[in-house]
Design a protein around this ligand. Structure first.
Ligand code: X2X
Length: 348
């Protein structure tokens, strides 16, 4: 073979290889759709969170005339219930789309710990000031940089404290209580500072642990409490302390997103915004109306509800201040400053 012919042969082989290697990409080229897209969620449609997923999926199906067909996978079943791995699986394409809690993704995206800073957000207007303002935009930019496409905000809710042992009114009442927590080490720090004995566990493992008494207590929004019927697994003492709230984020895997036409991308985004808005309303139902009717329903289930006075609540704030200070630089001083300013300036 002449030198020229060898070169030619090489070039042909290289071109063939390049074509071969590009195949998986081509399979996902714009307009090439999968028959089903997998949406990951921690809880199903009996909960506001899962209901939000159902609304999103239905809107997308309707508005794309079935071109985009989404199936819900509650219980984070695509990752065997291991909710803190959801973000990695989403990035890798094991999951096509998700509505995820900021808590569950905080091990990978440390900025998301912002929402778990104890007593940062005193009321719903404070949550909105963050998610619907500059901080929300910064978070979305951060998520984009991490390789996913964020579309809209939803809400799990204010996480209130429950336990099977006794009413909690002061940090001293928490001494020695074994509390199930999820997500980032920030939660372990917070509960340790309060004198409790925190233990990290997935939601899937938590419920049998309440039933068997392996753990004494937990923290979750009231919508999770009622739909999971936690009063039936011994959680009869509830303290309304509103120490943190976890927003939800509607996201799509980047390659999946890029495989859709621009028109369909717009539909999926608008459907996420519409579903997010509805989901937040459902999540707050019974808690934002005068007299908080949901709490009356919970009391009727035999749950003892402790409402803290401002001074009592402040004792918890003071006890967790060192944790707030420790985590602020880890989340980013500039971001936390921005959040504090947005909250101070909020419309109540
Ligand atoms: O595991 C929890 O506590 C839950 C359901 O609230 C989350 O996924 C953050």
């Amino acid at each position: 073979m002449t030198f020229r012919r060898t070169l030619l042969a090489l070039a042909t082989a290289t071109a063939a290889m390049t074509t071969l290697m590009a195949l998986p990409q081509a399979a996902l080229a714009q307009g090439n759709y999968k028959s089903e897209y997998k949406m990951s969620l921690v809880v199903g449609p009996a909960f506001p969170w899962g209901k939000g997923g159902e609304i999103w999926a239905n809107l997308v199906k309707e508005r794309t005339q079935g071109r985009i067909n989404i199936k819900l996978y509650p219980g984070v079943s695509l990752i065997q219930g291991d909710q803190t791995r959801e973000f990695s699986a989403l990035r890798q394409g094991v999951i096509d789309m998700a509505i995820g809690s900021t808590i569950n993704w905080s091990p990978q995206i440390k900025e998301l710990n912002l929402f778990s800073l104890p007593f940062l957000m005193p009321d719903y207007a404070a949550i909105d000031a963050l998610t619907q303002g500059e901080v929300g935009k910064d978070m979305f930019a951060r998520l984009e940089k991490a390789g996913v496409v964020p579309l809209a905000w939803g809400e799990n809710g204010y996480r209130e404290l429950t336990n099977s042992k006794h009413p909690v009114r002061t940090p001293a009442d928490m001494k020695g209580l074994k509390i199930r927590v999820v997500g980032s080490p920030l939660f372990v720090d917070t509960f340790t500072a309060l004198g409790a004995n925190p233990t990290q566990m997935s939601w899937a493992d938590a419920q049998p642990a309440f039933a068997s008494g392996a753990v004494d207590g937990q923290e979750n929004p009231m919508s999770i409490f009622t739909a999971a019927k936690l009063q039936n697994v011994g959680q009869k003492n509830l303290t309304m302390w509103g120490y943190v709230a976890d927003p939800l984020v509607f996201v799509v895997n980047k390659e999946v997103w890029n495989s859709w036409t621009k028109a369909d991308q717009d539909i999926v985004r608008q459907a996420a915004l519409d579903a997010g808005k509805q989901e937040i309303e459902i999540a707050r139902k019974g808690l934002v109306e005068p007299g908080q009717p949901l709490l009356k329903e919970i009391a009727a289930l035999g749950v003892n509800i402790v409402q803290l006075s401002p001074a009592e609540r402040d004792a918890f704030v003071q006890a967790t201040k060192p944790i707030y200070a420790k985590w602020k630089p880890q989340i980013g001083n500039a971001l936390v400053d921005k959040a504090e300013k947005a909250i101070a300036a909020r419309k109540k």
